[in-house]
Design a protein around this ligand. Structure first.
Ligand code: NAP
Length: 307
């Protein structure tokens, strides 16, 4: 039988991805939306999560598509009420929040899924399998986009906990931590903060690879013209390039996956499996890299940013 679900935060990602992915999966029934401003046709609409908990006790799962800063309070309330919870990325604004949510999910015997949508691109398992049989020599992440185009008017990304350029950058780190056969750690970080903002507009990271591979990442929100979401790698037996955030994959110069995007469909299918099997999935490794980038970061002040 399909699981009933409430979606919290009817913003950009809820409309672009969550609502269509839920509608396309027979394991889920979208029964309620929680929004301070918007409404979704054909279902119950509530102003607060407490209204859902009170009026629709039959809904067993809550999906949180709100920014990271308010997310902990919503997630904690839902878990304490015995609901399964799906968290948009990043799973919180701090690691300690995520540890607390994990403990709450265990205590209340419910599923917690800290999602990393980029890991659910069709190219990622393919690339992981390819890399598992090779020795990595070099890996370069280039994630450069125009913040005005992709985050128009989103003030929360510039506030503490909003992560700045790591909001998209953590997607690359979620792919990195999924495809590598071993853990790496950030060894150097350079962060550029606009003089009027609390989060970085650009970042350069170097990683220490236990096997000696040259590994780095460049994130920038000031990219005009073509946008770049690439991970390039060279190994002892060939090269690979993932582009468009995972929609395209080239191996040794030949395109093996092109224009494929089933991330949110795959992600809601995974949530259904987790609920069915009574499991949780909380991998904080991409978040650890971001937190380390902040703690190791040499900070440079750059031009003020206005939308
Ligand atoms: P958004 O449109 O700015 O915000 C989403 C919704 O969250 C808002 O429409 C609002 O919904 C609610 N909200 C905002 N501030 C809130 C607050 N202080 N308290 C309670 N609710 C609040 O953001 P978004 O782009 O959808 O991103 C939301 C999350 O999805 C972020 O963590 C982001 O990293 C992730 N994400 C975004 C994208 C993307 O392409 N935009 C892609 C993947 C993942 P109501 O007005 O309905 O209350």
């Amino acid at each position: 039988m399909a699981e009933k679900l409430a979606l919290v935060g009817i913003g950009k990602i809820a409309r672009d991805q969550h609502i269509p992915a839920i509608a396309g999966n027979p394991d889920w029934l979208l029964e309620a939306a929680v929004s301070r401003h918007a409404a979704v046709d054909g279902i119950d609409n509530f102003a607060t999560l407490d209204d859902v908990l009170e009026n629709r006790p039959d809904i067993g799962t809550v999906s949180l598509a709100i920014p990271p800063q308010p997310r902990f309070d919503y997630a904690a309330r839902a878990l304490k009420a015995g609901k399964h919870v799906l968290l948009e990325k990043p799973p919180g604004q701090s690691l300690a929040e995520c540890f607390t949510l994990e403990a709450l999910a265990r205590e209340h015997g419910v599923t917690l899924f800290a999602t990393w949508h980029s890991r659910y691109a069709d190219s990622v398992p393919r690339l992981k399998a390819w890399l598992a049989e090779r020795r990595l020599k070099r890996l370069k992440i280039t994630w450069k986009e125009d913040v005005r185009r992709w985050h128009p008017g989103q003030e929360w990304i510039w506030e503490p906990g909003g992560m700045g350029v790591f909001d998209p950058g953590i997607n690359a780190l979620s792919i990195l931590t999924e495809i590598l056969p071993y853990p790496v750690h950030v060894s150097q970080s350079l962060l550029e903060f606009p003089e009027n903002r609390a989060t970085p507009i650009a970042a350069q990271l170097t990683f220490a690879d236990p096997d000696g591979a040259d590994m780095s990442a460049e994130f920038d929100w000031r990219q005009q013209g073509p946008q770049t979401w690439d991970i390039e790698m060279e190994t002892d037996r060939g090269s690979a390039k993932l582009s468009m955030g995972g929609e395209w994959l080239e191996i040794d110069g030949a395109t093996v996956i092109q224009g494929s995007n089933h991330e949110y469909a795959n992600l809601y299918a995974r949530m259904a499996d987790l609920v069915r099997t009574g499991a949780s999935d909380v991998d904080l490794s991409p978040m650890i890299h971001v937190c380390d980038a902040f703690s190791l970061g040499r900070r440079v002040t750059t031009d003020a940013f206005e939308f």
